[in-house]
Design a protein. Structure first.
Length: 684
């Protein structure tokens, strides 16, 4: 009997060949992360790569990529199903991306690997939609929905790449990741309050921070509070503050002849380097903060300048320069240079941990041999501690360490004394832990160190300053373009994530616009004459509340009646728009495009003789005119952002209005008439 011949579909065989070719190219031909990269290792060291390409987070410590699964008690290697493909994808497609982007991609490949194991799929080219759905399910089981939503879009990108490049036998371009967390941009309710409190700093912590800025005396506390003061003056990211130059100040005169302070900021996340003026009310605070920082960091810049000029020689402070002529160094001298306690046991332990050879020497005053270290051995070890990428602190802008504002003696934030022979950059966790954003680290906050928070309850996250200032700008009706520029943001649509203005503040804003032609457009700008109540009382009656909608805010009082317009917000007189909100304006623009598309269909239907299509043409033409008028107001550069635009009446009536009109038709003209739609004013 003839033995059966195994048959493999051409699509499967082709995908397998493509995967093998793709992996071989990444392994043998690409040089990203270094030509000597150990491709088969579960851990890749990429610190030098990051420093050379100008990624600023390389200064925050060693960077590694881990191609293994975390488990209790250690890690396990990823299986052969996805390991090599994951490494190839990272090396070929993500070498120029951020480390977080690479880590998300690796996490997605781990999820695919686990899904394949659960479904008994042996090869990556056999992945189908079932495997992808299983991968999402496994991610949901392990982390919160919000966290899954940070990985899901990356999974979709990976899947499309695999499918489009023929690395899977099945077409997967149609698969899309579905968000797991319900996204709500409401301004009321527990979810909004939770999000607002999470992103905005505690007022008590802000007050304590201001006091700490005034009373701090220890160098590390002065540095943290001064950096925080700068963050309070401009909505910058912490990495942008830590990369300020020592000469970042720009003093210039304004059109009014008054002096203004500006700072030279380094850009990030797609925004270029720029000069930004500091608000006059914060200018003196920023000047004071910069002055304090320079005092703390002056010696470290001197160290960096020495090593730039003498890369093979140890820096010594002036009072210890005589040691350069010595062949041996005493442990007491080493303790001073590296900030170790003067106990011999502590210094010896440090030398052993640092793998610096210890020798002995004799002294006339001692009968026993004395421990010492050869100067050349100590010098070689210290020189090996120069930061990766030295002398450049920021390869992207070309700034050396000797010109950096935030360069400090090594060990300043440690438990010992600051070093006298080596420097380091201030890192993100130095500021973050000092402000208390990582309670599990066990570090003492600056609030406790200066005696303002003995119970350890106060904390601020560095990014909360950015949310706080953006929310203040939203409440002050700055234009979205100005807010984006002030924040160093390349996309104005990202302003929305930093807008935490509450519904009460929105209601107050709308009420203030009632009867004010400079703040409102439409019926809200008109107040009937001879009102028996004050303008404020009338505003409270007209605007009892405000609820967020797709296009603006609804001021209908839902305690008296439900919505009678069935969410037809753009046809409702109780709906208002606020000029300057890019997401809302964008939705109005989308509604106009959709209406025009419907109008074209209706016109074609009339041409085809479809019964009743003429009425749809009238409906869509009216909606188109209304949306065009509204969009023209929202995009008019002559109208200030923050202006309240109220929609006037249309031919569309609510349920109660329709009932009244029907009664009028039945009872005749003698009944008190409701205002005719023809009497309604057009949108202005």
């Amino acid at each position: 009997m003839t033995a059966p011949i195994p048959f493999s579909p051409l699509a499967r065989a082709t995908a397998a060949e493509n995967v093998a070719s793709y992996v071989a190219r990444a392994r043998n031909q690409l040089t990203a992360f270094g030509a000597d990269l150990d491709f088969d290792a579960d851990q890749w060291e990429i610190t030098k790569h990051y420093a050379a390409t100008g990624y600023r987070d390389s200064r925050q410590g060693r960077k590694h990529l881990l191609f293994s699964h975390p488990e209790k008690g250690g890690r396990r290697s990823t299986s052969d199903r996805t390991r090599d493909l994951a490494k190839s994808y990272v090396r070929s497609e993500l070498a120029g991306s951020s480390s977080s982007d690479m880590e998300r991609a690796i996490y997605c490949f781990r999820a695919i690997d686990d899904a394949m194991q659960a479904l008994s799929v042996e090869h990556i080219w056999d992945c189908d939609i079932g495997v992808l759905n299983k991968a999402v399910d496994l991610m949901v089981q392990r982390v919160k929905a919000k966290s899954v939503d940070t990985y899901g879009p990356k999974l979709g990108i990976i899947v499309r790449f695999l499918s489009e490049n023929g690395l899977t036998r099945y077409p997967l371009e149609s698969w899309k990741y579905t968000r797991q967390e319900r996204q709500s941009y409401g301004r009321v309710g527990g979810e909004f309050e939770r999000r607002r409190q999470e992103r905005l700093p505690d007022p008590k912590a802000l007050e304590a921070l201001a006091e700490a800025f005034c009373v701090a005396t220890e160098p590390r506390d002065v540095l943290v509070t001064s950096a925080s003061a700068i963050l309070c003056a401009a909505p910058e990211r912490i990495n942008e503050v830590l990369f300020l130059r020592e000469d970042c100040e720009v003093e210039q005169s304004g059109e009014d002849g008054k002096p203004y302070l500006g700072l030279r900021w380094v850009g990030s996340k797609g925004y270029d380097d720029h000069v930004k003026l500091v608000l006059p009310v914060m200018a003196d605070v920023v000047r004071s903060a910069l002055s304090k920082i320079r005092v703390v960091t002056a010696e470290s810049r001197k160290m960096a300048a020495w090593y730039e000029q003498h890369p093979d020689r140890l820096y010594l402070p002036e009072n210890m320069e005589h040691l350069r002529k010595s062949e041996l160094l005493d442990l007491e001298d080493i303790a001073i240079l590296v900030g170790v306690r003067k106990k011999r046991g502590d210094v010896r332990r440090w030398l052993i941990d640092s793998k610096v050879p210890i020798t002995t020497t004799s002294r006339p005053s001692s009968r026993r041999p004395v421990l010492a270290v050869r100067f050349d051995d100590f010098q070689a070890h210290i020189l090996s501690l120069l930061p990766v990428g030295f002398p450049l602190c920021d390869a992207r802008s070309g700034m050396p360490y000797s010109k950096s504002l935030f360069v400090v003696p090594r060990g300043l934030f440690g438990v010992g004394q600051p070093w006298r022979c080596m420097f380091e950059s201030v890192r993100y966790h130095h500021i973050g832990c000092a402000l208390g954003q990582n309670a599990t680290s066990g570090s003492i906050t600056v609030f406790r160190r200066v005696g303002l928070d003995p119970d350890g309850r106060l904390f601020i996250r560095s990014h909360q300053f950015r949310h706080y200032l953006n929310t203040l700008a939203q409440g002050a009706h700055l234009t979205q373009v100005d807010i984006a520029k002030w924040s160093g943001r390349a996309n104005v649509y990202q302003n929305t994530a930093y807008d935490h203005v509450s519904s009460e503040e929105i209601v107050t804003q709308i009420r203030e616009a009632v009867g004010d032609h400079t703040k409102a457009i439409g019926p809200l700008a008109e107040i009937p004459k001879n009102l028996p109540v004050s303008r404020a009382e009338f505003a409270e009656m007209v605007v009892p509340t405000a609820h967020i909608t797709l296009y603006g805010f609804c001021i209908h009082d839902y305690t008296t009646a439900p919505c009678e317009m069935f969410r037809q917000c753009l046809d409702c007189r109780e709906h208002v728009c606020v000029k300057g909100l890019p997401d809302k304006t964008g939705r109005v623009r989308q509604a106009l495009a959709a209406t025009r598309a419907k109008l074209e269909k209706a016109i074609r239907a009339v041409a085809d003789g479809v019964f009743g299509a003429e009425e749809w043409i009238e409906t869509h033409q009216a909606a188109e005119a209304r949306l065009e008028n509204l969009l023209a107001i929202l995009e008019d550069p002559n109208i200030a952002d923050g202006a309240i635009v109220q929609l006037t009446a249309t031919n569309t009536h609510s349920l109660s209005e329709g009932a009244v009109l029907d009664r009028l038709r039945l009872d005749g003209p003698s009944t008190a008439a409701l205002a005719s739609p023809s009497q309604n004013k057009a949108l202005t």
